[in-house]
Write a protein that binds this ligand. Structure first.
Ligand code: SF4
Ligand code: SF4
Length: 355
């Protein structure tokens, strides 16, 4: 029987084979879907995509626990094995999270880290972070980083996700060092503007503008990254990966790809929506809003502009879906595998100690 290129790579390189097999073993049957489980939040962050647009905070949040119970059961039946809980702030509804844990033993909670989350929940915690202490407090209206460190720095489920924006690029090293001193893991996300970015909400219906109050970024308060920022970010991450290998969860290849000056997705010129977004095109992925409805046109990052989307969830998924484009050489395959492994470290509990 003729061997495929992949077979050759794996047979010639036992370490590559072990890493690939581990992924096949633990990730093959993961079916991911996303759930906004509340539209309440205790912060008022500038540039928050949830409150900046009609595809997220505009839905009722009045479902009962019994309705959530039946809904989660139906999602398990539909085949979902890895839920991603977001919102606004999921920690505002601990009873809904506790219910979810009856149905799943894997998943991710996207949280701002300022409120407690039950230690027995079996989900990874991605804790949003907007810069070193002062910048974080200025952009979020509260010392969120400090509270999150107090709450979660010793929690093995936690990864701090520093969203890089124009105002905090110079703080990447300082924040990585703080995380290293606290023994907590860190990764980076790129700030990705919404379609209404910079409008200050004035063109929006009143009820949306009201909910977003204090969260819109005006023209004098820019967070959006410029092309020249991407080069600087790439350089910082290269350095930090060398200095903080035990703290930073990041992929070198992803660093090159995400900081490319190109538009990262193919965009439909009529709709402005990405035609090759792995999340949007996934057969099983649905993004449920707080009223438990969903729409085919929604990704997990509501209101975001596909043309400037550098969000880590979307871009890891995109590269992971490019398996066949990375088989021309063993080096290319190794790079693809490194991105996949990094995703596993971010999304699967205790990845490093699994067989
Ligand atoms: S970005 Fe800030 S305001 Fe928006 S949901 Fe997250 S914590 Fe709340
Ligand atoms: S995740 Fe996909 S659909 Fe959503 S904004 Fe990004 S590119 Fe567009």
């Amino acid at each position: 029987m003729q061997r495929s290129r992949l077979d050759h790579y794996l047979l010639d390189n036992p370490s590559l084979q072990r890493r690939y097999k581990k992924i096949k073993k633990h990730v093959n049957r993961l079916i991911i879907s996303g759930y906004d489980i509340t539209n309440r939040c205790n912060l008022r962050c500038k540039g928050c995509y949830f409150f900046e647009g009609e595809r997220s905070s505009n839905f009722n949040d009045d479902r009962t626990l019994d309705e959530f119970d039946a809904f989660f059961a139906s999602e398990v039946k539909r085949g979902v094995t890895m839920p991603h809980f977001a919102g606004a702030e999921p920690a505002k509804v601990p009873e809904r999270l506790a219910l979810a844990a009856k149905y799943w033993n894997r998943g991710v909670i996207y949280t701002n880290g300022t409120l407690p989350i039950a230690p027995d929940l079996p989900f990874m915690l991605h804790i949003s972070l907007w810069g070193a202490e002062e910048t974080d407090a200025r952009l979020r209206g509260k010392h969120a980083f400090r509270s999150a460190l107090d709450n979660f720095s010793r929690d093995a489920r936690a990864v701090f996700i520093f969203t890089i924006n124009r105002q905090n690029i110079g703080e990447m090293a300082e924040v990585t060092d703080i995380c290293a001193q606290h023994g907590t893991k860190l990764s980076f996300n790129h700030y990705s503007p919404t379609r209404w970015y910079g409008s200050s909400g004035t063109e929006m219906p009143n009820e949306i503008r009201f909910r977003g109050k204090g969260r819109f970024s005006g023209p004098d308060d820019q967070l959006a990254l410029r092309l020249e920022d991407l080069n600087i970010i790439r350089g910082h991450i290269r350095e930090l990966l060398i200095r903080y290998p035990d703290t930073l969860i990041y992929s070198s290849y992803y660093n090159e790809r995400i900081n490319s000056p190109d538009v990262l997705f193919n965009i439909d010129s009529q709709t402005g929506v990405a035609t090759n977004c792995a999340i949007l095109n996934s057969a099983h992925h649905r993004e449920y809003r707080t009223d438990l409805t969903w729409d085919d046109a929604d990704c997990c990052i509501p209101n975001t502009d596909c043309a400037t989307c550098r969000h880590y969830v979307a871009n890891y998924s995109k590269i992971m879906g490019e398996f066949h484009n990375h088989l021309d050489s063993i080096d290319q395959f190794d790079r693809w595998l490194e991105v996949y492994e990094t995703w596993c470290k971010l999304n699967i509990r205790n990845w490093d100690t699994l067989d």
